[in-house]
Design a protein around this ligand. Structure first.
Ligand code: ADP
Ligand code: MG
Length: 248
């Protein structure tokens, strides 16, 4: 078998130390093309820090993050976005005073003119992309709605849509269903199952009912290290996982 080049993302021996405290320690993890990976683990396990490291918000102390042919540990955040990595933070960063359509439109990568995104002249290609993604995120009927009046769940979906406008090969979502209603959670599970058809997705989530609806392979983090990895069944029945996480 050839080396890690077949993986979309290959993380090897990754460590980050904050004043001597290792939030992520000697972590190795491999994500396939078109894979949906769920990461679970107790508070403080290092899940968000791992995403921060991949997207370049936090710089590693040692180790490697290879994405396609790029070594991400050597790149700045905006360069990492350009390689095809999109990351959603826990609180949505949408433009409240713009419509759903406008929020999606300004997120189109070539849509930013030198005058700033609001002066952008729309064309058919952008419009088609906006409509397709609005359908994927279930906001086709709300295109002219101001983002401010959307429900909490719809705002989260809009931000996912804004990331999809950049067509990332790797999309990372940190606790996407936090604060959502049961119905919105179900709809988000369906949304993720739809959008992972042609890209890889990493999802951090605490809600186990939601995780069960989307999970293929699950990685359990604990104290900056991988405690267990495998399908839902394997992870749920793992003694160590039950002890530090699921048992609570
Ligand atoms: P999780 O997302 O799994 O709940 P985090 O990745 O947010 O965990 O945090 C992991 C640990 O690293 C925590 O103990 C947290 O306090 C610590 N940590 C995270 N970021 C920093 C930072 N910038 N400086 C110092 N400590 C940090
Ligand atoms: Mg977190």
């Amino acid at each position: 078998m050839s080396a890690s080049t077949d993986f979309l993302l290959a993380i090897e021996d990754l460590t980050v130390s904050f004043d001597g405290f290792k939030a992520v320690e000697d972590l190795s993890m491999y994500i396939d093309k078109n894979e949906l990976r769920v990461i679970i683990g107790p508070n403080g396990a290092g899940k968000t820090t791992l995403l921060d490291l991949i997207c370049g918000k936090t710089k590693s102390s040692s180790g490697s993050i290879k994405f396609k042919n790029s070594e991400l540990t050597k790149l700045a955040e905006h360069e990492i976005v350009r390689t095809g990595v999109g990351r959603k933070f826990q609180t949505p960063s949408i433009y409240e005073n713009l419509t759903v359509y406008e929020n999606l439109e300004v997120s189109y990568p070539e849509g930013r003119s030198v005058f700033g995104s609001l002066f952008f002249q729309s064309d058919d290609k952008v419009r088609d992309t906006v409509l397709q993604i609005a359908e994927d995120i279930q906001l086709l009927d709300a295109l002219d709605t101001e983002a401010a009046v959307l429900s909490h769940g719809q705002k989260q979906w809009l931000e996912i849509g804004m990331l999809l406008m950049q067509d990332p090969e790797l999309l990372m979502l940190d606790e996407p269903v936090a604060g959502m209603s049961a119905k919105e959670r179900d709809e988000t599970a369906e949304l993720l199952n739809r959008i992972c058809q042609n890209r890889s997705v990493i999802v951090i989530e605490h809600d186990m009912e939601f995780v069960k609806k989307i999970a293929r392979k699950v990685t359990v983090l604990h104290q900056g290290k991988i405690l267990a990895e495998g399908d839902m069944d394997k992870v749920q029945n793992d003694e160590k996982v039950i002890e530090v996480y699921l048992g609570h």
